[in-house]
Design a protein around this ligand. Structure first.
Ligand SMILES: *[C@@H]1O[C@H](CO)[C@@H](O)[C@H](O)[C@H]1NC(C)=O
Ligand SMILES: *[C@@H]1O[C@H](CO)[C@@H](O)[C@H](O)[C@H]1NC(C)=O
Ligand SMILES: *[C@@H]1O[C@H](CO)[C@@H](O)[C@H](O)[C@H]1NC(C)=O
Ligand SMILES: [Cu+2]
Length: 629
């Protein structure tokens, strides 16, 4: 009997398609970012802009990679094929930025440049300011990074320009790009906030715009005074109405940027064993994909952060649709791994990858301050917003690098994801290698200890690219480089049209401190197809899809995306493309179902099959044991 159970389980295991089950993604080292990516922005041409802190007050040597410069423009492919599946070794180029931008706020502007404001007080570039140099105070700084436009030569590198300073200092502000293409700048403090010595006059509870509006600015925003000291990097998103959602701690205000009137129609997020939903108990908030299946509904999801009752991270996720008639917070499936400092990347198939962070502790601290966070979480967890309750999460492969305070994640045009940053690389010295001379709080550089600055870029190949490597992927051969809202446009493919199921549009990202006001996903309608082209429709409004660079992905019926084409979505009148002769109204191939995520559902079905096989095996093993004795 027992032997039979065991052999049945073993037979089942042997018969199970283990190769397919291995589609949990692959992590690969991808080179150096030169600087620690405390701030990471996606640039056209598979490039990143990263910005770090001066290595000063912790007395580390100036960054030798960049001669102390705080910023680098990174060519991720560095000659590798964007359509290939080989390894990458990135190449970085140091860029000079005028003032210390460390812990400022940023957003991708309407024209694809990166707008970056505020930062830290002055900083020496190494322990000796005379020889190492000094970065000027950046707290009132206002600067723009102009990347090389899409299609530039690989050796083209962007540069920073300086704008006039702001009238007040902002450390940890949030910036967002609005529907009209202007920017809103919110909050921050005048100095590094010390939670053990609070002083509310260091708060800057105001907001302003760029370009500056006429009148008395910046203007008071009382919710930021109410929330003190839990008001740094407030969560800010443009709503379909073009108003601005602002969530801080557990309260929401909606700002109308046309009138600057405030409304308070969103209830507080109920507190169930959760610390304030903000730095240093850092969760992350993400706009869920707006799809045809959900009628382009705008819903935000906040996940992770810290528990109230213990120092452990929280696994909770809550959703809100702020412009519903009666918005209500809804709790959804807990993350499989509780995390503080969790980051999200919306993938081309409409699933959301959650990575980075720790199982407990807090955000904050100097480089190398490993006391604040513990139990790094390296597993990637995938959230499927279309899956039924109880089935929303799938755990994927674990990364090699942990990403604690000051890290990020970015989806790339290739469909890969990269994780960046973290300033606690010396965590292992203390926690694993038990080096007594590498204190958990490394104030002085010690050559026996690992540098706390992580400049390793790690690439995640999601399961859909594992499928692409086996079976190929859609290939966009031609797409427009600019587009206005509601326009129709033609995309040519050099791969088979008959497999095409969806077209999705993802906005270029900037991320810092688990704050990303740029990232959003909107599905595009495919109106017609010919034997080699599709007629698509651009997003309808700038409230749903603010202007800027976006990635267009075409997906096949297995959820495998093309390499994206970058399209700059601009304000202006809609243009209607002539429908090519022979075009017919588009219908997705059967079995793909617009809005549902075939690929990942397949993935989770495989996952479930595997765990039941594993379950059967361990049950069998338990039975089999007596025979072994
Ligand atoms: C984007 O606009 C800003 C001004 O708002 C300008 O400084 C910058 O050069 C522009 N970028 C590009 C790529 O044109
Ligand atoms: C509080 O902060 C203000 C503004 O920075 C400063 O002038 C004041 O001295 C501080 N008060 C204390 C008690 O530190
Ligand atoms: C929101 O947070 C405040 C301050 O921490 C707290 O007093 C209030 O009870 C919270 N609201 C809810 C609904 O839990
Ligand atoms: Cu910071």
């Amino acid at each position: 009997m027992l032997a039979t159970a065991a052999s049945l389980a073993l037979a089942a295991l042997a018969a199970a398609p283990l190769a397919a089950a291995a589609d949990v993604g692959v992590w690969t080292s991808a080179g150096s970012s030169g600087v620690v990516c405390i701030h990471t922005a996606l640039l056209p041409g598979m490039r990143l802009l990263c910005t770090e802190r001066p290595h000063t007050h912790t007395s580390y040597p100036a960054n030798a990679n960049t001669n102390g410069e705080l910023s680098a423009d990174i060519d991720l492919l560095n000659g590798a094929d964007i359509n290939g599946f080989g390894t990458w070794t990135s190449k970085f180029t140091a860029r000079h930025v005028d003032t210390n931008p460390f812990c400022g706020g940023h957003a991708q502007m309407a024209n694809g440049s990166i707008f970056h404001v505020g930062g830290d007080p002055f900083g020496n570039l190494g322990p000796n300011p005379t020889t190492d140099g000094i970065y000027a105070d950046g707290r009132q700084g206002r600067r723009i990074y102009n990347p090389c436009p899409a299609g530039s030569a690989a050796d083209c590198v962007g540069s920073w320009t300086t704008l006039p300073s702001m009238t007040s200092q902002r450390w940890y502000p949030t910036v967002a790009t609005l529907a009209d293409g202007s920017n809103i700048i919110i909050g921050g403090t005048t100095v590094n906030l010390d939670l053990s010595k609070l002083n509310a006059s260091e708060n800057n509870p105001t907001y302003e715009y760029w370009p500056a509006k006429t009148g008395d600015w910046p203007r008071q925003l009382d919710i930021l005074s109410w929330a003190y000291p839990y008001m740094l990097y407030p969560m800010v998103f443009v709503l379909p109405s073009e108003k601005v959602f602002l969530f801080v701690s557990n309260k929401t205000v909606i700002i109308d940027p046309k009138t600057d009137q405030l409304s308070f129609t969103v209830p507080d997020l109920p507190v169930i064993d959760h610390a304030p939903w903000i730095y240093p108990y850092t969760p992350t908030m993400t706009i869920l994909p707006m799809t045809q299946a959900n009628n382009y509904k705008f819903t935000l999801q906040v996940c992770g952060g810290s528990k109230q009752t213990t120092a452990d991270a929280s696994p909770m996720c809550w959703q809100i649709s702020p412009e519903d008639a009666n918005p209500t917070w809804t709790r959804v499936d807990d993350m499989p791994n509780a995390r503080v400092m969790v980051d999200s990347a919306i993938l081309p198939d409409g699933t959301i990858l959650y990575v980075n962070g720790a199982g407990g502790g807090l955000a904050g601290g100097d480089a190398g301050d490993v006391l604040n966070a513990y139990n790094p979480v390296m597993i990637a967890d995938l959230f499927d917003p279309t899956a039924a309750t109880g089935k929303q999460w799938t755990s994927l492969a674990a990364a090699t690098n942990y990403r604690l305070y000051h890290s990020g994640v970015v989806l790339l045009e290739s469909g890969h994801v990269v994780t960046t940053g973290s300033e606690m690389n010396n965590y292992d010295d203390f926690h694993k290698n038990k080096k007594s001379d590498c204190k958990p709080y490394v104030k002085q550089f010690n050559a026996d200890c690992t540098s706390p600055f992580n400049t390793n870029i790690e690439r995640f190949t999601p399961p859909y690219l594992q499928r692409a490597e086996r079976n190929g992927r859609p290939v966009i051969s031609k797409a427009p480089t600019t587009l206005t809202h509601k326009s129709t446009f033609i995309v040519e493919l050099s791969s088979s049209i008959s497999n095409v199921a969806r077209a999705t549009f993802i906005r270029y990202t900037t991320t810092t401190h688990q704050t990303n006001t740029d990232q959003r996903f909107i599905e595009l309608k495919i109106l017609y197809s010919t034997s080699n082209s599709l007629v698509l429709q651009a997003p309808d409004t700038a409230g749903r899809a603010p202007p800027g660079n976006w990635m267009l992905f075409i997906l096949d019926k297995d959820g495998v995306p093309s390499v994206a084409k970058t399209i700059q979505l601009q304000l202006g009148d809609a243009v209607t493309a002539a429908v090519p002769s022979g075009a017919t109204p588009f219908t997705a191939p059967t079995g793909s179902g617009s809005g549902s995520n075939t690929g990942s559902q397949k993935g989770s079905a495989v996952q479930t099959a595997i765990s039941s096989v594993a379950g059967a095996l361990s049950a069998a093993a338990a039975f089999a044991l007596p025979f072994l004795f």
